[in-house]
Design a protein around this ligand. Structure first.
Ligand SMILES: Nc1ncnc2c1ncn2[C@@H]1O[C@H](COP(=O)(O)OP(=O)(O)OP(=O)(O)O)[C@@H](O)[C@H]1O
Length: 681
C-alpha cells in the first residue's frame, strides 16, 4: 500500500471514529460538528474523496453579476490583504453564499498548485460538496472559522490551512465569505485579525455604495474612533429613519439584529433629530459632536451626520454601476505596467515632488486616499524609508479640497524635543527666553485650511502625543504662554516607516492617537515592487539632467535589476551621481559603478527598526553581496526566510515554529543561505 493510501485511510479512520463512535478529537467543536454534518446530513464519506463541482461559465457570470457591487468593494481590499499577508503560498478568496468561488487573489504559481485540487474560480466549496473547509464551514456555521490541515474532512485537502469570515450586507444578511487559504501549518493569528478587518472594510464600503442616497451617520462612544474601522455607521433616510447599519453600530446600540433597528428614528436612538445632528456636524466642520443614547442618558456618543454621498459628491444618484464583471483571478505579482492617466510624471520645477504614480497599485492608493481626505478622514502613510511618503502626501494635498491652502510638513523625528511643542503649537510674544519678540504661529496654525503632514510620527514623544490628540479632537490650539485658544481647520496626513501597531503594543505610542491618525492606512510599496520603475527612472533622470539626458539600454537594465534598499531616494542619488560622472554624455553602465557593491535586500525590510539610510547603504557597500552565488531556488528560499525573519523580528524560534522545523535545522539553513545572524534572538 502506498504512503498516500495509508495516510488517506488513517485520516478517514480518525474522522469516522470521532463522528460514529464519539471519540474525543483534538480539534475544535466547530470542526467536529462540521464532520458530523458532512457524514450525517450530506452523506459524504471521508475515504471517498471527490472534487468540488464547477459552475458552467454562464452561471458563474450570472452570479458575479448579481454580486457586482460587492465584488467591486471587495476586489481592492482583497488585493491589499494579499499584500499584507506577504505569503506567496496563500490565496485570498471570495465565495457567494453557496460556496462558489467568485474571485481569487494569488500568485500564479500558487494558483497552479491549487488547481488540481479543484480550488479555482467557479468551483463550489460548500460543505456539502467539499466537506469541512474554511469557506464551506464558515457558511454553514455563519461565523469565523479556522480549518487547519487535518481538520479538513477529505485527506486531499489536508495540506491546506484556511481561515474564513462571513461578510454581511447592509440588511444584516450574510452575502459572502472571505477566506485565506495557505500552505502554512498554523492559522496565523495576525492573518485572522487582518481577515476580520478586511471583511469589515468590505461591509462598510458596501453600506456606502448601497445607501448612497441616505445620510451617513458615523458614531462611537470615543471620539477618536469615529471615522475608523471601529465606528458605528448608520444610513438614515431624509425623514430620519434608520435604513441600514454596520455590525459595530448594532453592537454599540445594543441591538442583536438589523431587523430590531431598521425603521427606528434617529430621535429615538440619540435623543436628537437628524436635522439637529446635521446642523451641528456641519458647524463643527464634520468633527464628532456629543449626543446621548435615549433611555440611557449617561451613555454618550460622538457622532457626525453628513449629507448623502450622492449629493455631497455632486453625483447623480444612479443605481450602482454593474461593470462588465468577468469572473477573475487577480495575479497580483504580475506587473500591469503603464502610467495611470492623470498621474503625470514629475518634473524638476517643484524639486521633484509632484510624484510619479504609474504603478497601478500606487495609483489606486492615491485615488482612495484622495477620496478619504476629501471626507476629512485622516490618512496614515506607511512604507520603507525613501519610498516616497512625503511625495505621496503632497500629491494627496494637491488633489484635496484644501489644495489651495498650505502644505505644512513637520518632521517629528528631527526636531529637538524641547522645540517640538513650540514648533507645533507656536508661542506668544515673550513666552520664554529666546522667543521671538513677535511670537510665532506654530505649524498647526500655519496649516489652517490646508494640510498638516506629520512625518515620522512614530518618533513623537509620549507627552506630546497627548497634546496632539487634544488638538485633533478639539481642533483648537493654545500657543505656549497664552491662555487663548485659536480654532484651526486642517486635513491631516501622517507618515512613519516604523511599525506603529507594534509601538502601540509596546506602550510607546498612544493607541487613541493611532486610531485618530489612521482613518485610512496606506502602505506604500517599496521601489523594488513597483511596476513603473522604467517610467520613474526616466522621469527622475529628466529631473536631474534635463529632458535631453539619455541612458543606454545596458544602464537601464542594470537599474531595473537593482533591488533598491534605499528606494526612490537611493535611485535619485544614483542617477545624480551617474549624471555627474557621464558629464553631459549618455549614461552607460560604467557610470553606475556605485551599484556594484550594494547588496540585494533579500526581502522587504518593511517597517524594520529604523536605521539611517546613509548608514544602511554604507554598511551594505562594505560587504560583498552574500547572495551573489546562490542559484535561483536558493535565492528565492533566502528571500522567503529573510521576510519571515523580519516579520518575526529575528526571533529564530518563532520562525522555526512557523516553518515546522527545529531551530538547528533552521540555523543550518541560514548558514547555507548566507543569512547573517547579527540580529537573531
Ligand atoms: N513617486 C515619486 N516620484 C518621484 N520622486 C519620488 C517619488 N517618490 C519619492 N521620490 C523621491 O525620492 C526621495 C524620497 O522621497 P520621500 O521623502 O517622499 O520619501 P519618504 O518615504 O517620505 O522618506 P522617509 O522615510 O525618509 O521620510 C525624494 O527625493 C523624492 O523626490
Amino acid at each position: 500500500m502506498s504512503l498516500t493510501v495509508i495516510e488517506n485511510n488513517r485520516h478517514a479512520h480518525r474522522v469516522m471514529e470521532v463522528v460514529l463512535q464519539g471519540f474525543r478529537a483534538e480539534t475544535s467543536d466547530v470542526v467536529v460538528q462540521s464532520w458530523q454534518r458532512c457524514m450525517q446530513q450530506h452523506h459524504l464519506h471521508p475515504d471517498r474523496p471527490r472534487k468540488p463541482p464547477v459552475l458552467p461559465r454562464e452561471q458563474l457570470e450570472a452570479r458575479c453579476q448579481r454580486l457586482a457591487d460587492l465584488l467591486d468593494c471587495a476586489r481592492h481590499e482583497m488585493a491589499t490583504l494579499y499584500q499584507q499577508l506577504a505569503d506567496p503560498e496563500s490565496a485570498v478568496v471570495l465565495t457567494d453564499t453557496e460556496g462558489a468561488i467568485l474571485h481569487m487573489v494569488s500568485s500564479p504559481e500558487f494558483a497552479d498548485d491549487l488547481q488540481p485540487m479543484g480550488f479555482h474560480v467557479g468551483a463550489i466549496w460548500s460543505e456539502a460538496e467539499a466537506g469541512t473547509n474554511g469557506m464551506g464551514t464558515c457558511l454553514a456555521s455563519a461565523s469565523a472559522v479556522a480549518v487547519s490541515r487535518d481538520d479538513h474532512f477529505f485527506t486531499q485537502f489536508t495540506s491546506l490551512t484556511c481561515s474564513a469570515v462571513p461578510i454581511f450586507d447592509p440588511s444584516g444578511a450574510m452575502c459572502a465569505v472571505l477566506d485565506v487559504t495557505s500552505r502554512s501549518s498554523l492559522p496565523q493569528q495576525h492573518g485572522l485579525v487582518l481577515l476580520g478587518m478586511t471583511a469589515q472594510m468590505v461591509e462598510n464600503r458596501l453600506l456606502d455604495l448601497r445607501c448612497r442616497d441616505a445620510h451617513p451617520l458615523h458614531f462611537h462612544s470615543r471620539p477618536e474612533f469615529v471615522y475608523t474601522l471601529h465606528e458605528g455607521r448608520l444610513a438614515v433616510s431624509g425623514g430620519g429613519q434608520i435604513q441600514a447599519a454596520n455590525r459595530s453600530a448594532l453592537m454599540q446600540l445594543g441591538f442583536r439584529t438589523m431587523d430590531e433597528l431598521r425603521g427606528r428614528h434617529v430621535d429615538e436612538i440619540f435623543q436628537t433629530s437628524l436635522a439637529n445632528l446635521l446642523e451641528r456636524s456641519s458647524r463643527s466642520a464634520y468633527h464628532p459632536v456629543v449626543t446621548y443614547r435615549a433611555a440611557q442618558a449617561a451613555h454618550r456618543f460622538f457622532a457626525v451626520a453628513r449629507p448623502p454621498a450622492a449629493t455631497a459628491l455632486g453625483e447623480r444618484s444612479v443605481p450602482v454601476a454593474k461593470p462588465g464583471l468577468e469572473p477573475a483571478i487577480d495575479i497580483v505579482a504580475r506587473p500591469v505596467g503603464g502610467v495611470a492617466q492623470g498621474d503625470g510624471l514629475l518634473n524638476g520645477a517643484d524639486g521633484g515632488t509632484s510624484g510619479a504614480f504609474g504603478d497601478p497599485r500606487l495609483a489606486t492608493q492615491l485615488h482612495r486616499a484622495a477620496r478619504a481626505i476629501s471626507r476629512q478622514i485622516p490618512v496614515l502613510l506607511q512604507g520603507e524609508t525613501g519610498a516616497g511618503k512625503e511625495v505621496f502626501a503632497r500629491a494627496l494635498h494637491g488633489r484635496s479640497p484644501n489644495a489651495g491652502g498650505a502644505f505644512v510638513a513637520v518632521n517629528c523625528a528631527s526636531l529637538p524635543e524641547s522645540l517640538i511643542e513650540s514648533e507645533l503649537f507656536g508661542y506668544r510674544a515673550g513666552a520664554f527666553t529666546g522667543a521671538q519678540r513677535s511670537g510665532r504661529r506654530g505649524k498647526v496654525l500655519q496649516a489652517d485650511r490646508g494640510t498638516l503632514f506629520l512625518d515620522e510620527i512614530g518618533d513623537m514623544p509620549l507627552e506630546l502625543q497627548a497634546r496632539l490628540l487634544r488638538v485633533l479632537d478639539e481642533r483648537q490650539v493654545t500657543p505656549l504662554g497664552s491662555e487663548e485658544t485659536v480654532p484651526v481647520e486642517f486635513q491631516l496626513i501622517s507618515a512613519s516607516h516604523r511599525d506603529l501597531p507594534a509601538l502601540v503594543q509596546a506602550g510607546r505610542f498612544r493607541e487613541d492617537l493611532y486610531y485618530r491618525l489612521c482613518g485610512l492606512a496606506v502602505m506604500l510599496p517599496p521601489l523594488r515592487e513597483r511596476s513603473d520603475q522604467r517610467e520613474l527612472i526616466l522621469a527622475l533622470l529628466a529631473t536631474e539632467a534635463g529632458p535631453e539626458a539619455t541612458l543606454s539600454a545596458r544602464a537601464m537594465d542594470r537599474l531595473l535589476a537593482h533591488p533598491w534598499p534605499g528606494n526612490v531616494r537611493q535611485l535619485r542619488h544614483v542617477l545624480r551621481t551617474a549624471v555627474a560622472l557621464a558629464d553631459g554624455h549618455r549614461i552607460d553602465a560604467e557610470h553606475l559603478a556605485q551599484l556594484a557593491s550594494v547588496a540585494a535586500p533579500s526581502a522587504a525590510p518593511a517597517l524594520a527598526a529604523p536605521q539611517p539610510l546613509a548608514d544602511a547603504i554604507e554598511e551594505d557597500e562594505a560587504q560583498p553581496d552574500p547572495a551573489a552565488h546562490l542559484n535561483v531556488i536558493q535565492a528565492n528560499e533566502r528571500e522567503v526566510l529573510m521576510r519571515l525573519l523580519n516579520e518575526q523580528r529575528w526571533n529564530v524560534s518563532k520562525v522555526a515554529q512557523a516553518l515546522g522545523v527545529s531551530r538547528n535545522t533552521l540555523y543550518r539553513k541560514l548558514h547555507k543561505l548566507h543569512i547573517p545572524l547579527t540580529h537573531a534572538r
